[in-house]
Design a protein around this ligand. Structure first.
Ligand code: FNR
Length: 363
């Protein structure tokens, strides 16, 4: 269908099902095991309601905010997703261009299928990008990657902590007849290609990574350090105590541990504790965000911003640059409308007084 017929981010997923190459589609869509967590990520948003204010002058709505010190036009970012070239020949470069045009941050994945430098070269001079790191067992290699990212201007280092090993993504595994992946990622001798696209490329990840390693990262870079994939309250508190700059509450879009909690639920529990203790770090969330209302709920509950993954992959795969641009526009327009209807005109108006989380207990 024509892009004009796309009204929301879910439409991109629907269209992708019919237009995308099956291997790419299965890799992007797949959650782990029975996809309960994948589903719950979405459902968690459905249990939270707004407390809209009326009779507020909402003529002008300003969606700008700050994330890790960077001024951004919109309170969401394109999160790191591997293997962009499965969906589009230009892969992550497409995402870089559209993000840049609209003042949205892109998080570049370690497992991008374009070279890191190609993606950075595609960005505008004042465009902000972050870097997602899968920690390599070989710390010398790891250090080179981090230093290179910093030299190329990355404004945040997001260390993925929820993936010492890859979850079982059976949709992806079923499409195991996929051809050689070397066109999207460097060849890896140890790779077991019968396990799906994801597993074939991940043998370098350090399964021994632990809290005590974080000091080393602090010592090798000045980029803000963020842990991506925090899944329990005391880990979040530990990160804050250690002086980590931020966390992303995330279960990897329901692709890792089945029955890892929905990030929104964690946020609801975490923020009051962090505020009482005098919050220092920034808290982000990803997983299941598809509507402006989802974004605004997370912000009301104290998130600095939210990451969105799959919808941009689907938009890119079917429609290229225009699709990703449209996806951002759609969310932006929805967000302005919702802010007006909520009686909020700027991001700082969004707080816990605007949200009702009590219905979670009723369900
Ligand atoms: C991911 N995600 C991910 N995360 C990460 O830290 N490194 C990675 O390489 C990838 N790769 C990846 C590939 C694909 C196809 C998906 C769908 C996801 C997880 C991602 O950053 C994020 O946590 C989720 O995608 C958020 O959920 P939604 O927005 O896709 O529901």
């Amino acid at each position: 269908p024509d892009l004009a017929q796309i009204y929301n981010l879910n439409d991109f997923e629907f269209v992708a099902r019919y237009t995308m190459n099956k291997i790419a589609w299965a890799y992007y869509l797949s959650g782990c095991d029975d996809e309960i967590t994948l589903r719950e990520n979405h459902l968690a948003f459905h249990r939270v309601f707004f407390k809209p204010k009326v009779l507020v002058d909402v003529t002008n709505v300003d969606l700008r905010t700050k994330m890790l010190g960077t001024e951004v036009e919109l309170p969401f970012y394109i999160t790191a997703t591997a293997l962009g070239k499965l969906g589009h020949p230009e892969g992550e470069r497409v995402l870089a261009r559209s993000a840049g045009k609209q003042g949205v941050i892109q998080m570049i994945p370690t497992l991008a299928s374009c070279l890191f430098d190609e993606i950075v070269d595609e960005s505008l001079p004042d465009q902000t990008q972050w870097f997602q790191l899968y920690v390599n067992k070989d710390r010398k290699v790891c250090r080179e990657i981090v230093e290179h990212a910093e030299r190329r201007g990355m404004k945040g280092l997001f260390i993925t902590v929820d993936a010492p090993q890859l979850g079982r993504r059976e949709k992806d595994m079923r499409s195991k007849n996929f051809e050689d992946l070397s066109h999207v990622q460097g060849d890896d001798e140890e790779a077991d290609r019968s396990q799906g696209a994801a597993r074939a490329i991940l043998s370098f990840i350090d399964t021994a990574l632990q809290w005590s390693d974080l000091e080393w990262f602090r010592s090798i870079t000045k980029m803000p350090l963020v842990l991506k994939g925090v899944q329990r309250i005391d880990d979040a508190l530990k990160a804050d105590e250690m002086g980590i700059d931020g966390i992303v509450l995330s279960n990897h879009g329901g692709r890792q541990l089945e029955f890892s909690p929905p990030p929104l639920e964690l946020l609801i529990e975490l923020m009051p504790i962090l505020k009482k203790r005098g919050l220092k770090m920034e808290v982000y969330l990803d997983g299941g965000v598809r509507r402006a209302t989802d974004v605004l709920k997370a912000l009301c509950l104290g998130a600095k911003g939210v990451g969105i993954g799959r919808p941009f992959l689907y938009a890119m795969s079917t429609y290229g640059d225009e699709g990703v641009y449209k996806a951002i526009q759609v969310l932006r327009d929805e967000m302005i409308m919702c802010m007006r209807l909520m009686g909020a005109t700027k991001i700082s108006d969004l707080d816990e007084s605007m949200i009702d989380v009590r219905r979670r207990e009723v369900v």
